[in-house]
Ligand binder design. Structure first.
Ligand SMILES: *Cc1c(COP(=O)(O)O)cnc(C)c1O
Length: 369
């Protein structure tokens, strides 16, 4: 019987083991923030971002960032209907309402025209989620934001390695949120990062991130405002430091896996993650979408994968289909996409033989139909 092909798993070398071991041995007392500060500095340098705050998750980074922008009860926040719930949940934590709009058929990201049509006087922010590494049309979204005085924020949880016109994903909007969950391109087990170019927003979120304690206040244990506790531990940050030293290698490996699939599937009636001119796609998750009208049986492919111990994942469901949100079947692109789409295994050192095995099942699925 052939071995299991995991859907994702982190790339861990001696460097990660060495740093985490050092953090466990020495990262306490006066050193208790050393790896956290170093991780923030190195990740920020990689991005070319001005400010960064390491967090326990992207969910937490989004929650604090949206709070920092003043999102609150009665407000509306616009985001794409195809997405992971982690981008929408923080909106609800603040008492605001997520407004799900349709996505583009090629990028599976926010359709700028639908965004503009969904703006109301209650709209407080637009969340641009770079899905599976695919970039949102940031020029169009930022122009809409400027026109209406609404901040555009980036959920870059899946976009390590993605570059839009020379700027890294996460550095273009009012703030960016990253995830270092175990499935992501760069991992700390669980973890995230809030990044921004905006000094005032940074200072606000920094105070919030420390239970409302404002930097420089000589009065101990004196919160000035009601804050949050979404901190990353020094142990996790040690892992993050090693991963950031290897970030170019991690991104290159993800891109190589995508390329290997792309070459082997390009004759089939399907689309994969796009990489428009003047952008780089970090290809967090190689995804295929069968062309419309092709009789592609997603369930049959999932069963074939399962029988051969291949972990593949279904494309995200439209969030507006979930029981806690209002249904939006008029988002026809989102509602049409997920049934024709699947994510392929893509951990960094996936070998040729495994890629061939996955491709074989995909080709069968298209041959049968
Ligand atoms: C993974 C992910 C998140 C959540 O990240 P956590 O670190 O698990 O909170 C948010 N948004 C998107 C698009 C993601 O893929």
């Amino acid at each position: 019987m052939s071995s299991r092909i995991h859907y994702t798993k982190p790339s861990i070398t001696e460097l990660e083991v060495e740093y985490v071991t050092d953090a466990a041995r020495n990262g306490w007392g006066e050193n208790c923030y050393a790896y956290i500060q170093r991780f923030e500095a190195s990740f920020k340098a990689h991005l070319g971002a001005r400010h960064a705050i390491a967090t326990s998750s992207a969910t937490g980074a989004l929650h604090m960032g949206l709070a920092g922008l003043g999102v609150g009860p009665g407000d509306e926040v616009i985001l794409g209907d195809i997405n992971w719930i982690a981008s929408a949940a923080p909106v609800t934590y603040l008492g605001a309402k997520p407004v799900f709009v349709d996505v583009l058929a090629d990028s599976w990201c926010l359709d700028p025209e639908r965004v503009e049509a969904a703006i109301t006087p209650a709209t407080k922010a637009i969340i641009a989620v770079h899905l599976y590494g695919n970039l949102c049309d940031m020029d169009a979204l930022l122009a809409i934001g400027r026109r209406h005085g609404i901040p555009v924020v980036e959920d870059a949880a899946e976009a390590v390695g993605s570059v839009y016109r020379g700027r890294r994903a996460g550095t273009l909007g009012a703030f960016g949120a990253f995830s270092f969950h175990g499935t992501k391109t760069l991992t700390t087990g669980e973890g995230g990062m809030f990044v921004t170019q905006d000094d005032a927003l940074f200072n606000k979120v920094l105070a919030m991130s420390n239970h409302g304690r404002v930097a420089g206040n000589p009065k101990q244990f004196w919160p000035e405002l009601l804050g949050f506790k979404y901190k990353m531990s020094n142990l996790q940050a040690a892992l993050g430091c090693a991963q950031t030293e290897r970030i170019d290698e991690l991104i290159a490996a993800k891109r190589a896996v995508f390329q290997a699939y792309r070459e082997r599937l390009q004759d089939l009636p399907l689309r994969m993650n796009p990489q428009p001119a003047d952008t780089v796609n970090g290809y967090w998750m190689p995804t295929l979408v069968a062309d419309e009208g092709v009789a592609f049986d997603r369930e049959a492919l999932l069963q074939a994968f399962q029988a051969d111990q291949v972990d593949a994942r279904v494309f995200f469901w439209p969030l507006s289909q979930l029981p806690m949100f209002e249904s939006r079947p008029e988002n026809s692109v989102a509602y049409g996409l997920y049934q024709r789409a699947i994510n392929l295994p893509s951990y960094h050192d996936l070998d040729e033989a495994s890629i061939e095995r996955v491709v074989g099942h995909v080709r069968n699925a298209f041959a049968i139909s």
